[in-house]
Design a protein around this ligand. Structure first.
Ligand SMILES: [Zn+2]
Length: 156
């Protein structure tokens, strides 16, 4: 799968990640999946608030044994935000094609909790923010064994 962005969209996500540092930022990628399922075209960046809180954490302890400390190493998209984005996408003949989030002072590589909470149809763009500067970003998707594999990301 190739995930196609506009440079301005990548820029918007980078600014969001820098603004949110040292907490994790998160948001949704709205767009189209090509009919042959070889390419995703991102049309709209949907910024969301990182809604992580201890209650969310308590709800997830059954699936994630080792939880992080808070918004520095965890993100959560409020289901209401997800619904609003889904509605907007549908109204404009789009889908949610992916999720982005940042890793403050950690590599742009999915964590085990990212993997456990991931949905197979989504692309996951992860940005590494080090000392307030985005140093790397990469796209990932689950394979058939529920393991993350790199996805090709293009920006123009
Ligand atoms: Zn993560």
């Amino acid at each position: 799968m190739v995930v196609q962005f506009l440079n301005s969209q990548v820029q918007q996500i980078i600014i969001h990640a820098v603004r949110t540092y040292p907490q994790e930022c998160c948001g949704l990628l709205l767009g189209h999946l090509s009919p042959d399922r070889s390419c995703k075209q991102v049309i709209k960046i949907w910024e969301t608030v990182n809604a992580w809180n201890p209650e969310v954490g308590a709800d997830l302890t059954t699936i994630i044994p080792q939880l992080g400390q808070g918004k520095r190493d965890r993100f959560w998209i409020d289901p209401q935000d997800l619904l609003a984005a889904q509605r907007d996408a549908r109204d404009h003949q789009m889908n949610i094609v992916g999720i982005y989030h940042s890793h403050p002072d950690h590599p742009a590589v999915p964590s085990e909790s990212d993997r456990l909470l991931a949905w197979s149809e989504y692309s996951y763009l992860i940005l590494s923010v080090r000392s307030g500067i985005v140093s790397d970003y990469r796209c990932w998707a689950l394979d058939h064994h529920q393991q993350f594999q790199p996805e090709e990301m293009r920006a123009q």
